[in-house]
Design a protein around this ligand. Structure first.
Ligand code: NAP
Length: 435
């Protein structure tokens, strides 16, 4: 029997699905001990700090993660930071295989003047703020203005816009951060405008998310019907419209047509609006857009511009992978070939392919990478693994410690009528794990 030591860095969906893929390929003559390392004192990655709190159903995938964690040979080592507490080269020496499932945590910059004004945020900062990520508790979000602009036409833009536009009491029965819920309840924002730089036919939204918008109980959602009609005509030029696009356009048409409730909370989706400047005296006051048009299948700028008066701007235009000593990033992804970086180091998930796909996409992706790893395995190493690398005083959050944190949050949630109340303080999280 050959037993290989695997270390996976990053306890988000792609990390867990990688562990699961290793568990699935175990045979009589080959087995794996799997150490899952995580920087935060809590696992689950974007399922905890990315998925929108009003999308609790998506978070049920955490049950799968906990099942993976119960399998023999699996160990969680949270509260360990790659590059600080352990070096990649040491992991490489101590383990047969290192898999970097470190995601893509850096928000892409929009690179327009005014981007760094106060109350202009990347979704990479704003989303973890409302999702109780311990590093973002002190993000200074000001919701006293009446209008917010969200730049980007993808599902993250839609999540952010929805959280800002819905009646915050709808978030009471969710696991949203308490500090964010308090702020949202005091918010003066009543109009949220999502701006996509290209046409409706180019939007990165997905149809199920679009179809949910007319169902919002306390928010009217607007899309210009003419823009959808023109986009559909353009899409039709190339023959039959591909299924996902057809579904998207139909869902947008439904939004445009559905009768409005006449409530004061509004969410609007504008297309062909490319941001060129964010203006304000120290703080965001307005956003200037260039009007684009689609001509001959190409999106080109017109001479026309318009301004939206808004006191908050969130850019949700994609993410880049974080750089660590020993790896290089290109086009926002770790340099890799089909998940292989070099020697015994691999990558998976958003770090490997960029920030695309839904949580489930990481399952097949990780499974493909594990197949490649297994093909490349040689003789197992004789080494100690993580224990040889950590300082004796380093406080690790093990699976058991995490289960204590989890139980404590869930119990607090039961009392408050929520799935959980997330602890946001790093030190308190660690002490909950000790209790
Ligand atoms: P995304 O789907 O790639 O969308 C990014 C958007 O930003 C695109 O509309 C893009 O427009 C726009 N953009 C990029 N650069 C821009 C610029 N300089 N100026 C203006 N707009 C710009 O990324 P995402 O929304 O971050 O989502 C990441 C992944 O997570 C996606 O696969 C998404 O489906 C998934 N996700 C899923 C859910 C869900 O299932 N509920 C929720 C959240 C996220 P162009 O197309 O013109 O470049």
């Amino acid at each position: 029997m050959k037993k290989y030591k695997i270390v996976i860095v990053g306890a988000g969906p792609s990390g867990y699905f990688t562990a699961q893929a290793f568990q699935k390929v175990e045979k009589e003559d080959i087995s794996f001990s799997i150490d899952l390392i995580e920087r935060l004192p809590t696992p689950w990655g974007l399922v905890r700090s990315g998925v929108a709190p009003d999308h609790q159903k998506i978070k049920t995938v955490s049950k799968v993660f906990e099942k993976i964690a119960k399998e023999p040979g699996f160990r969680l080592f949270a509260n360990i930071e790659l590059g600080k507490d352990v070096a990649l080269r040491d992991l490489r020496d101590q383990y047969d295989v290192v898999v970097l499932a470190t995601g893509a945590a850096n928000g892409r910059r929009i690179c327009v003047p005014g981007e760094d004004l106060a109350n202009s945020f990347s979704a990479a900062d704003f989303v973890p703020w409302y999702n109780a990520h311990p590093d973002y508790v002190n993000t200074e979000v000001d919701l006293t203005c009446d209008t917010a602009v969200v730049i980007g036409a993808g599902n993250v833009a839609m999540d952010v816009a929805r959280i800002l536009a819905i009646d915050p009491t709808e978030l009471d029965p969710t696991d949203i951060a308490e500090h964010a819920l308090v702020k949202l309840k005091q918010s003066n924002i009543r109009t949220v405008i999502i701006c996509g730089r290209r046409g409706p036919e180019h939007a990165a939204f997905t149809a199920p998310e679009l179809r949910d918008l007319p169902k919002l109980e306390n928010t009217d959602v607007y899309i210009d019907e003419k823009q959808i009609k023109e986009a559909t005509e353009r899409a039709n030029i190339g023959g039959e419209i591909e299924k996902d696009l057809r579904n998207n356009l139909e869902a947008m048409k439904l939004i445009a047509e559905h009768s409005k409730k006449g409530v004061d909370r509004k969410l609007e989706i504008k297309f062909l609006a490319a941001p060129i400047e964010i203006k304000g005296d120290k703080k965001v006051e307005e956003v200037v857009f260039m009007v684009n048009k689609v001509e001959g299948g190409k999106v080109i700028p017109t001479e026309e511009a318009f301004t939206i008066k808004a006191g908050l701007v969130i850019t949700a235009i994609g993410y880049d992978a974080v750089e660590y000593p020993g790896i290089t990033i290109e086009n926002g992804r770790i340099n890799n070939i089909a998940g292989h970086i070099e020697h015994n180091v691999y990558t998976t998930g958003w770090a490997k392919r960029g920030p695309t796909g839904v949580i489930g996409t990481n399952k097949s992706d990780s499974s493909d990478v594990v197949d490649l790893i297994v093909e490349n395995l040689s003789e197992p190493k004789v080494s100690e693994g993580i224990t040889a690398l950590l300082k004796s005083e380093h406080e690790v959050i093990s699976q058991l410690a995490w289960e204590k944190i989890n139980a404590s949050e869930v119990i607090s949630g039961e009392i408050a009528g929520k799935p959980r109340v997330k602890e946001v303080d790093w030190k308190r999280l660690i002490s909950l794990g000790r209790s």
